[in-house]
Design a binder for this molecule. Structure first.
Ligand code: GLC
Length: 461
């Protein structure tokens, strides 16, 4: 019985969210399993962990280091010859992620450098040919699954190692003089590379069980010497992927338009959209991917790390605009999360333990609820609860404009302690302010609750 009620509530919640999101019949017919069903878990879960891990953890100065420093294959291969993450223990990663409230993870199976973190039979350029010798991916997938975390794969469309991938403006071997490109590319055959990608995607989507999200990266069509969706045979890839994993959800970086079957969600990267992003005036599902400090791969010397407070605000703000947060960690070449990342994730864990209800299953609040100063609102349409994330703790009173008659009960989320509220109808005196007759004043303790961002839970009428 309990299961049936929870299922019904989930469906109702998702139906509500979809009335806010793009929902044309065209998109509904995208795949054998309809889109609403496919995305229900994702829209509910809201919080994922991106993991960027590969050879670039060794130079430890950005995952684009091969391109940035224009390294030859031979030079970059030193990392392959020495890569040996002796402390790699995916169970530990999964435990940390689970505690932080993470519900799904997306792992870089192959990044732009072309190096594969699984034992692919289509290349020698892979983890089993390093001093480490063992596969990384299967133990990772198993460990996260065992913690109840869903699995996503990142796969780079760019490949700076494959001999058939044509040199272009993003490639480490891009010459000074673009005129010489033709000559350089004359023996490279993108048709073979397309085949290679399809073979690898087939491996990834058949040998690791159910894969919930696929993050393809990326199409750079603008200007000269880029690549378009045709270079990848993006449509062919989509067809293959949907055939192998009909329930999977796919990001929008294959370069296909919004009306085709080309994607399920968009991916604003390293910025906070001002509001729920739209395409043709329709709200679309979105997931913002964000780093702790700027680079995606482990970067030893980067110093602009976001604080725990900033990360919590980022998560709440994303959900308040109807989106998901994919927060990235770049493990070290020894195979551990470095202490700065662990400190952030532990901070998130502490907050999420008490405030997960203000994130999971939540979305943008209906417009009838005004947002008080220095606050963020999230709303759970299933439970009809409104969450006020209070970024700056005010003195004694929180004024809620036009909330009269809308609130049944109010409490702090971290300890479920009651918060009294009243509607001021009388004129102010020397101890009370003159307030609007439709407003509600919540009485707050003078001392801010000892949590990074306190949240007030309103049970609505
Ligand atoms: C960009 C970068 C890449 C990173 C990705 C994450 O496309 O090229 O390094 O993996 O964003 O979204």
């Amino acid at each position: 019985m309990r299961k049936i009620i929870i299922y019904t509530l989930l469906c109702l919640s998702f139906t509500y969210q979809q009335t806010n999101a793009i929902n044309t019949s065209k998109r509904e017919s995208d795949s054998p399993i309809n889109r609403t069903e496919r995305m229900a878990w994702w829209t509910h879960d809201r919080f994922g962990l991106f993991i960027h891990w590969g050879l670039y953890a060794m130079p430890a100065r950005h995952e684009w280091v091969k391109r940035r420093e224009k390294m030859s294959d031979e030079h970059y291969n030193r990392y392959k010859d020495y890569f040996n993450p002796d402390l790699y223990n995916p169970k530990e990663w999964a435990r940390i992620a689970k505690a932080a409230g993470i519900k799904y993870m997306v792992f870089t199976t192959k990044h732009h450098d072309g190096f594969c973190m699984w034992d692919s039979k289509y290349t020698d350029y892979k983890i089993t040919n390093t001093p480490y010798k063992k596969d990384i991916l299967k133990p990772l997938v198993n460990a996260f699954r065992n913690e109840g975390i869903r699995i996503g794969f990142y796969y780079s469309l760019l490949d700076w190692h494959h001999p058939d991938f044509t040199i272009d403006r993003n490639h480490p071997q891009m010459p000074q003089n673009p005129q010489t490109l033709k000559e350089l590319n004359k023996n490279r055959d993108m048709a073979k590379y397309r085949e290679y990608m399809k073979n690898q995607l087939t491996e990834l989507l058949t040998e690791f069980g159910q894969i919930d999200e696929l993050f393809m990266d990326y199409t750079y069509a603008e200007g000269e010497n880029g690549k378009t969706s045709k270079d990848w045979d993006a449509e062919g890839i989509i067809k293959l992927v949907r055939k192998l994993q009909p329930q999977i959800i796919i990001n929008n970086r294959l370069g296909l338009s919004s009306n085709s079957q080309g994607w399920d969600y968009i991916t604003p990267e390293q910025f906070m959209p001002q509001q729920w992003p739209t395409i043709n005036n329709q709200r679309v599902p979105w997931e913002t991917c964000q780093t702790f400090s700027g680079s995606w791969g482990y970067n030893r010397d980067e110093s602009n790390w976001k604080s725990v407070h900033q990360l919590i605000v980022m998560l709440a703000e994303t959900v308040s605009k109807g989106g998901n947060l994919l927060l990235n960690v770049g493990p070290t070449a020894r195979g551990v999360f470095d202490e700065r990342a662990i400190e952030r994730l532990n901070g998130l864990a502490h907050w999420m333990r008490f405030h997960g209800n203000a994130i999971y299953g939540c979305t943008v609040a209906p417009t009838e609820y005004s947002c008080p100063n220095n606050c963020i609102l999230t709303y759970n349409p299933t439970t009809k609860r409104l969450y006020i994330h209070v970024l700056e703790w005010p003195f004694k009173s929180l004024y809620l404009k036009r909330y009269k008659g809308k609130i049944k009960y109010a409490q702090l989320l971290n300890d479920h302690s009651e918060l009294k509220f009243r509607t001021e109808t009388k004129k102010g005196s020397h101890t009370t302010e003159n307030t609007g007759v439709d407003d509600v004043i919540i009485t707050l303790p003078v001392e801010r609750p000892n949590v990074e961002v306190p949240v007030i839970e309103l049970i609505l009428e």
